[in-house]
Structure formats: C-alpha cells, structure tokens
Design a protein around this ligand. Structure first.
Ligand SMILES: *Cc1c(COP(=O)(O)O)cnc(C)c1O
Length: 352
C-alpha cells in the first residue's frame, strides 16, 4: 500500500510557453513525471518529480538488449473541470503482460494508478480542453541496470510522462499491405507493447512512405495472406454492413480501442465479425464494390479512416461515403471519453 506519494515540484513551470490552441501530438511535455525504481528486488515508492533528462549507465541493458515496454493512454477534462481516464486498469494490466514477456518485473497496480492520479493532480493545468485534444499519457518501463551480460537487468525504471496533444492524424491515410516484412511471429512478442516491435517496423514503413503510402498493414508472417494490424493500430474492415477485425493472438496487440469498438458497434446493432481476414477477401470486396470502409483503431487517433490501399503493385480506393461507421463510432467513443454522453459500459474513470 502507498498512501501518499511524494511530490517534488518544479520551480520553473513551462506552461506559459505552450500554445494550447496549436498542439501537435506528443511533442511538448508537462512539468512533471512519475518516477519509480526497481532495485534490491522490489519496486520502490513512486515519486512525482520535475520532468527532466535522466542519467543512465552506458551499460544499462535497455541500450543493449532492448528490455523496454510502454503504454499509451489519455486524460480528458470535461466542461465542468472533471478529469477523466478511459479504461485505465486495462492499460495497467497490459503493461504488466508486456513486462512479463520481456522478463521485466511487474509493477504493483496501485503504484501505477495512485502515481498517475497524483501526477494528474499536480499537472492538471496541462490537460487541454479544446475539442479533439487531450493529455496523452506515456507510461513506460525499461532496464536501467548495467552489465554487458546478456541477461535480464536487476534494476528498472518506471516513468509516466505526459504531453498535451491535439489530434494524432490529420485526414485519411493510404496504407500498403505488406508482402515481405513481418512485425511479429507466433511465439514472439507481437502482443506486447514492446519498444522493439516499433524499431522493427520503421524501415519497412520508410519504404512504404517512399512509395507514397503513410502506413503499413502487416500480414501474418507465415503466409502474408491474412490482415493483422497496422502496427500502432488495430484494423477494421467494413464489407457491406459487416464490420470485420482479426482475432487477437501472439502476433496482434489486444487494443483497448479495438475491443471498445467491438462492444460499442454490437450495442448499436452493427454486425461485427471477429475472424481471420484474408487480403484476397478485401481485394475481392474492393473490386466488386462491397468494401465500404477500412480504418485503424488506437488510443492516439481513436479511429483513423483509410482512403485506399496498395497490394502487389495495384492500388485500390475506398468509396467516399456520407455516413461512415468510422465517424459514427469515433464520435460515440470520444463522447463517452469526454463525458458528453452517458457511459453505459462503465469505461470512464473520473479521477477528479
Ligand atoms: C498500442 C497499440 C495498438 C492500439 O492499442 P490501444 O489500446 O487501442 O491504444 C495497436 N497495435 C499496436 C501494435 C500497439 O502498440
């Protein structure tokens, strides 16, 4: 149990230097961060401290063996000044699932939640209120313990840093369905939110960008015949009036936005199928006109509509519909997140 979290406040707030009406995504950071160290075999008491560079031993194992996991979540402030989180316990649990896979010690859930609440109290003024904006929260854990020996570190750092942010993507994205590279494999770490999963994606994504796409849609490593996910977002495809998304697995991250969309769509009587989805089925649907929408789902963008995709040298355009599931579901989710409507699911957590 931790009752009170120690707070060391900054003497030089940067808040007056920030243009809150013109925020990008995750590029300015709030005054404070939560810091918690694992040493002597246990997690020490978390503290709120000024946001500042940290000093690490050059032999810290994060640099050599990549033991690092993270989370992404958001805090919102409603019109009455209430501070809200969206399904935060799911982020805590997933961080520990990721940690376990990378042999990182799991963090006590109350260290995370009590620490985050204290941090949000201290930096409450950093939570933006403009439509579409939020305080992006980045919890992460990495191996700070030193040694060139290829084994798990004996010291770790857990940090929560936050960044007032505007919307993540502007406009629609064109994606390339990958035929060669893979982001994950059976038995691998694809289901973990591990930094290394991203490192492995950057190069193939650069190649896709050179070809005029913004993102890669990963396919299964074995056959490259099945749609998996977009690497920072899960993928939904609408064929006629059915919404389809692949099942989670060793290779696919269990997105909180994904599962919220599934529940929300079902509650709105939209037909949802969670099943393996072949690229060939999507191509066929694009050709015969039954492919209505594709979109990515993740905390940062919530829902990111896809305007077209490339596959094996061919390009396919999505129709421009008036009323999309994407915009309907995005509005429903963000209205719940920001306390504009009732939350029948119990997803919202008011922390102030
Ligand atoms: C974070 C992430 C997602 C989206 O998960 P949310 O919980 O909805 O934010 C999807 N895929 C990958 C690989 C991710 O890292």
């Amino acid at each position: 149990m931790i009752n009170e979290i120690e707070v060391i406040k900054t003497k030089n707030s940067k808040i007056n230097e920030v243009d809150f009406s013109n925020l990008k995504f995750g590029s300015v950071f709030s005054d404070h961060m939560l810091e918690c160290d694992f040493k002597d075999g246990k997690w020490q008491a978390p503290k709120v401290v000024p946001y500042a560079p940290i000093s690490l031993d050059p032999a810290a194992k994060i640099f050599h063996y990549g033991q690092s996991v993270f989370e992404g979540m958001k805090a919102y402030k409603d019109a009455d000044g209430n501070v809200l989180l969206f399904r935060p316990i799911d982020n805590v649990k997933r961080l520990n699932i990721s940690s376990k896979r990378l042999a990182i010690p799991e963090i006590p859930e109350n260290y995370f939640m009590d620490g985050l609440k204290t941090l949000l109290e201290v930096d409450e003024a950093w939570i933006p209120t403009q439509d579409g904006s939020s305080l992006y929260i980045r919890p992460f854990v990495f191996a700070s313990g030193a040694g060139f020996h290829a084994s798990p570190a004996n010291e770790y750092k857990f940090i929560i840093a936050t960044a007032p942010s505007g919307a993540y993507f502007s406009g629609e994205v064109r994606v390339l369905i990958e035929e060669k590279y893979s982001r994950s494999a059976n038995g691998g770490v694809g289901y973990a939110k591990a930094g290394g999963n991203y490192a492995g994606q950057f190069y193939p994504t650069q190649l896709a960008i050179e070809k005029g796409y913004q993102q890669v849609i990963w396919t299964d490593d074995n056959t490259h015949e099945y749609i998996e996910e977009a690497g920072a977002m899960n993928i939904f495809v609408r064929i006629n009036d059915t919404l389809i998304t692949g099942p989670t697995s060793d290779r696919i991250l269990d997105g909180i936005t994904r599962k919220s969309i599934i529940e929300l769509a079902e509650s709105e009587n939209i037909n949802v199928e969670v099943r393996p989805l072949k690229v060939a089925e999507v191509v066929e649907a694009a050709k015969n006109g039954s492919l209505k929408e594709m979109f990515g789902a993740g905390t940062a963008a919530v829902i990111s509509p896809i305007s077209g995709f490339g596959y094996k040298g061919d390009d396919f355009e999505l129709p421009k519909l008036e009323d999309t599931y994407a915009s309907f579901l995005k509005k429903r989710i963000t209205d719940i997140q920001t306390n504009k409507v009732e939350d029948p699911f119990g997803w919202r957590l008011q922390v102030k």
